[in-house]
Design a protein around this ligand. Structure first.
Ligand code: SF4
Length: 225
């Protein structure tokens, strides 16, 4: 029996993944736009602007959500400003609660929960979003190698990954072809960029996220649960 609370039924989810696995990025975005319309947003960390650019080619006014933890590199905030100006983004910046403690020294789980997971959940719920685009790719890390094109996250929101199949080379080619705004830290070996206390240049070419939470068992901040 269908679960009326779910935003997508398991049978539709399975069918969508079968149909979209080999589909173009534009087709995946159009599928989500048809299905969720103005209840859809795109989330970005401003490591680069590939996802934002690809999505806004199809949905120019889509809300672009940036989770401002308060601990970003200045280069990331500058990238956000440049991207907003270059692409006329409908930017929605979400902040943690005021006075949230600096917790990363005592435990990254609780820090990510307070600065990322809870604010994002609150922000998405308050805005009435039911679905979001994410830039997760199979090439990002071993943990992401089996990510679906469409899934349900831990909030039971629909998460759509339009560039999930893109290789690192395809990302680089797209950036060059469209002369995209990019975070200057990419040139310094930071291939995945989050908060400054927990981000280093990548430790290995095989894992773009190997510079995140070095020395901790943490590999994801919880946004992609
Ligand atoms: S990435 Fe680090 S500093 Fe940022 S919220 Fe998570 S633990 Fe805190």
């Amino acid at each position: 029996m269908p679960d009326t609370e779910l935003l997508i039924q398991p049978s539709e989810l399975k069918r969508a993944n079968q149909e979209l696995r080999a589909a173009s990025t534009a087709s995946i975005i159009e599928w989500a736009a048809d299905r969720y319309g103005d209840q859809l947003c795109v989330a970005t960390s401003f490591t680069d602007t590939v996802l934002v650019h690809a999505v806004t080619q199809v949905m120019p006014d889509i809300p672009v959500v940036f989770l401002h933890t308060g601990l970003h590199f200045p280069e990331t905030l500058e990238t956000m400003k440049k991207a907003q100006a270059a692409y006329a983004l409908n930017l929605k910046v979400i902040h943690p609660e005021p006075n949230v403690a600096d917790l990363w020294t005592s435990g990254v789980e609780s820090c990510c929960e307070a600065r990322k997971v809870l604010p994002l959940e609150r922000g998405l719920r308050e805005a009435g979003f039911k679905a979001w685009f994410s830039g997760v790719r199979w090439d990002d890390s071993p943990e992401r190698a089996n990510s679906p094109v469409v899934g349900l996250d831990s909030r039971d929101m629909v998460k759509v990954n339009p560039i999930v199949s893109w290789t690192n080379d395809e990302v680089d080619t797209y950036i060059e072809k469209h002369d995209l705004v990019s975070n200057p830290l990419l040139e310094q070996g930071y291939t995945s960029i989050g908060c400054w206390p927990c981000t280093m240049p990548a430790l290995t070419d095989d894992d773009a996220r190997s510079g995140r939470w070095v020395g901790a068992s943490h590999t994801e901040c919880g946004l992609h649960r």
